[in-house]
Design a protein around this ligand. Structure first.
Ligand code: G6P
Length: 464
């Protein structure tokens, strides 16, 4: 496959495609809705790029293939790898540890062993497809050992790493029995990107204190003379295409349809999240339930639509959360609902972008209240869709997005009374006030879109 060697390689746990099962029994692939792939598509096409990742089905070995002009290189995960590396170390150790231990992280040695061996597999796959001197961009917490493993195999490569989730405070990170190995894995990169400057600082401090390398501001100096830069690159969305979608007649018609099927209430509040314990769904719905119970909002006038996209359903904490939220919503609707008006419309489903845009258009108040979140792109998508400058965003201080969206109605999601007061403030805000805030947030999101993000990372990497 020499002719096919790639000069730009992305490595992520998942390939940017979903499999589609056709009625005639055949299967095809569809580009997944995430923004990362569309941002990288032009670079991939221009430079002859390849994307290395898992295709989502355990035990299946697939040959590299091309989709929409991008070369995809599937990595095989066995059923046991899925249990130990994906559900285990990635999502029951690292995920809760990096999100402020909002659920207790579990430390198991066999999960760690699987994490090492799967990271090694990804690194080898990249070493095989990368051209001499190629740029390789490793994504996210599932693959933190890949930079050093890949450098060992291919010292000629330029390696970048970006962490999409928070990097924890040093006190929490130090709980990890394999803390040193993770830090050494990451400093295999030339550039390590984070969502926020504080995360980059946590990382460099740990590298200094735990690994013993010299650091100055965001630069780590290694004994062999190599340097590693750690910096923030807050990720964004494809804002223009969201706005375009929101302006389409189909989406506008669908938004009107949604409002009328909800009984045309005065206020539609909306939450859209993966069903994840970091997203703060439980406290948010409790706050709303109390507002209705106490009569601050009336069940005739206000409806909360909560979309919860199924996620990591075989991991215990996710199963427990689903049961808790089901019970809470059932209780609130049973207690304060009326015939023909349920205060909460709860949808355990995943929707295409068109339906999401229609929901954003239908919502007067978007409620995004994670307990901890690397960025939260839903908040930015809502803003991108509000081309009429209407609508209010209630946003957790603990989402990365809060650093940029300063004009949102910010809340501490642990403070239920505070959250109730802020939701009411957003519901009752005079239109002039909401549009002033929305206009300013829109400027931020439209200026700093996903293209700007990808370009700034790639250009910082090329200058290393
Ligand atoms: C977060 C992570 C991604 C991950 C996504 C979906 O956004 O940062 O790396 O792909 O969640 O989770 P899943 O486990 O389904 O890949």
């Amino acid at each position: 496959m020499a002719a096919g060697l790639a000069s730009f390689v992305v490595i992520a746990n998942r390939l940017p495609v979903d499999r589609v099962f056709n009625p005639d029994g055949s299967t095809t692939w569809r580009t997944s809705p995430g923004g990362l792939v569309s941002a990288l598509e032009p670079v991939m096409r221009r430079k002859g790029g390849a994307w290395i990742g898992w295709h989502g089905a355990p035990d299946e070995r697939l040959r590299p293939f091309e989709h929409d002009g991008i070369r995809l290189v599937p990595v095989r995960l066995s059923t046991q790898d899925v249990i130990d590396y994906y559900e285990g170390f990635s999502n029951a150790t690292l995920w809760p540890l990096y999100h402020d231990v909002v659920a207790p992280p579990q430390f198991h040695r066999e999960w760690w062993d699987a994490y090492v061996s799967v990271n090694q597999r990804f690194a080898k796959a990249a070493a095989r497809v990368a051209k001499r001197g190629a740029t390789v961009w490793v994504q996210d917490y599932q693959l933190q050992l890949v930079p050093a493993m890949l450098r060992e195999l291919r010292p000629d490569l330029q390696i970048g790493f970006f962490l999409h989730i928070p990097f924890p405070p040093t006190e929490l990170f130090q709980q990890l029995p394999w803390r040193r190995q993770i830090l050494e894995g990451l400093i295999g990169a030339d550039l390590v990107g984070f969502q926020l400057p504080g995360a980059a600082q946590n990382f460099t401090r740990l590298v200094r204190d735990r690994v013993g390398h010299k650091t100055q501001r965001g630069t780590v100096s290694l004994p062999d003379g190599r340097t590693v830069v750690a910096r923030a690159f807050p990720i964004s969305i494809d804002a223009k295409s969201f706005e375009e979608l929101a302006r389409s007649t189909e989406v506008e018609t669908r938004a009107a349809e949604i409002r009328s099927s909800l009984g045309s209430p005065k206020t539609v509040l909306l939450g859209i999240d993966r069903l994840d314990y970091t997203k703060g769904l439980y406290r948010r719905l409790r706050a709303f339930g109390e507002l209705i119970r106490e009569g601050s909002l009336s069940v005739e006038d206000a409806v909360f639509v909560q979309v919860a996209t199924p996620s990591r359903e075989r991991v215990d904490q996710y199963r427990l959360l689903r049961e808790d939220v089901d019970r809470l919503v059932g209780g609130i609707n049973a207690d304060v609902g009326r015939i023909g008006s349920q205060p909460i419309t709860y949808l355990h489903a995943s929707y295409p972008r068109e339906e999401m845009a229609a929901l954003y258009r239908a919502a007067d108040v978007m409620v995004v209240t994670p307990l901890r979140d690397g960025m939260n792109l839903v908040a930015k998508e809502y803003v991108a869709c509000r081309y009429d400058d209407r609508g209010a965003l209630v946003l957790s201080e603990f989402a990365g997005a809060a650093a940029e969206l300063k004009q949102a109605y910010q809340v501490n999601p642990y403070d239920i009374n505070g959250m109730k007061a802020t939701i009411l403030e957003a519901v009752r805000a005079p239109e002039r006030e909401s549009s002033r805030r929305m206009r300013s947030m829109r400027r931020t999101v439209l200026d700093h879109d996903i293209d700007a993000w990808a370009q700034s990372f790639i250009s910082a990497l090329s200058q290393r």
